[in-house]
Design a protein around this ligand. Structure first.
Ligand SMILES: Nc1nc2c(ncn2[C@@H]2O[C@H](COP(=O)(O)OP(=O)(O)O)[C@@H](O)[C@H]2O)c(=O)[nH]1
Ligand SMILES: [Mg+2]
Length: 329
């Protein structure tokens, strides 16, 4: 995941402490004007290198996949973050310039003047770093918030599993995917996005179960959830909508069907397959409103019935055609 490897961001105080203590050490190895110049060079290198790294470590927000761009924007204010990154770049440049300028000025003087110049330069460098202290804090906080985003692969065909809580989404994802599902907490959900992978005809599909997003009416989502849900539009190739007509999930069938409409409206270009779950409790044949549900498949995840067929139905609806390596040549 693109934000996973971002290193920790130093605070302004940490940076200044580190730069000046390294500089003091470098100065002790030399005498007179040379000692002051060495201190200037070390301090300015440490500051400009570290500040520069803070800025260049980040991916270019214009170049990243729109899914991650929008998801990141749901969690941190990307425009403000970019502004802070550019302030930090400015500080990297400025501390480098100050180092060069004062080394040049100190070169033509006596040790006492050189020392005064060095002290003046350190004060100016420290105030440059202080000026971007809030920016460093913002970048550090953004890094902490973004490093745990779900590892959804925008390039893999993706099935988004939707439906009210307790209809069987997690059970379904667990049943059809490998056991090694990663469940983690993300800033936009307290319950954890579940991502599983499954292969069909040698193509790997990604199944995404998104509690807090597509398991309740859009009007009930908060701003972050709304945007995270909308980010999903960039990756969803098919939607498997689970209904539980038995009602043991705790939500009336009408509410479930209404949610299905809302999800279909939100993802107008994405095929949606309805799976009737818990058929062991309430089979479609015996349900007076089966026609209204209009399910494409019926299944019982609990009894392992119809589960593969449900996955096949959505895979077929996606109709993913892999690009062959030599196509067109
Ligand atoms: N009887 C029955 N129970 C099921 C079935 N599928 C799931 N459940 C149960 O429904 C409850 C909610 O399932 P879960 O997968 O956590 O639902 P989610 O909230 O949509 O992820 C759990 O107790 C499951 O064991 C099914 O096909 N039949
Ligand atoms: Mg669940």
């Amino acid at each position: 995941m693109i934000f996973e490897s971002l290193p920790t961001t130093p605070t302004a105080d940490e940076l200044v402490d580190q730069a000046f203590s390294r500089a003091a050490r470098a100065g002790r190895a030399k005498q007179g004007v040379e000692a002051q110049q060495s201190m200037l060079q070390t301090a300015s290198n440490v500051l400009s290198d570290n500040l520069g790294r803070v800025a260049t470590d980040w991916p270019d927000f214009d170049a990243i996949d729109p899914f991650y761009r929008e998801l990141a924007d749901a969690i941190v204010e990307v425009d403000a973050l970019r502004q802070s990154l550019s302030e930090v770049s400015w500080a990297a440049e400025k501390t480098k310039e100050l180092g060069r300028e004062y080394q040049r000025r100190a070169a033509k003087t006596d040790p006492d003047t050189a020392k005064k110049l060095r002290q003046q330069a350190f004060a100016r460098m420290a105030s440059v770093v202080e000026e971007v202290a809030d920016d460093l804090d913002r970048v550090g906080a953004a890094r902490n918030d973004l490093r745990d985003l779900p590892d959804i692969r925008p390039d893999e065909p993706t099935v988004v599993v939707a439906g009210y809580p307790n209809v069987g989404k997690s059970s379904f994802v667990n049943a059809v995917t490998r056991a090694s599902n990663r469940v983690a907490e993300y800033p936009f959900t307290t319950t954890g996005v579940q991502i599983g992978h499954v292969e069909r005809d040698r193509i790997r599909y990604q199944l995404v179960d998104t509690p807090g997003l597509l398991d309740r009416p859009p009007a009930e989502r908060n701003a972050i959830e709304r945007q995270a849900a909308s980010a999903l539009a960039h990756v969803a190739d098919g939607i498997l909508f689970l209904v539980d007509p038995s009602g043991t999930c705790g939500y009336p069938l009408d509410d479930q069907l209404e949610l299905r409409e809302a999800v279909a409206d939100e993802f107008p270009d994405v095929p949606l397959i309805t799976a009737w779950n818990k058929a062991d409790l309430e089979p479609p044949e015996d349900h007076e409103r089966a026609a209204e549900v209009g399910a494409d498949v019926a299944m019982s995840v609990a009894e392992g019935e119809g589960v593969d067929a449900a996955l096949d139905a959505v895979v077929e609806a996606i109709g993913y055609e892999p690009k062959l390596p030599f196509e067109g040549s």
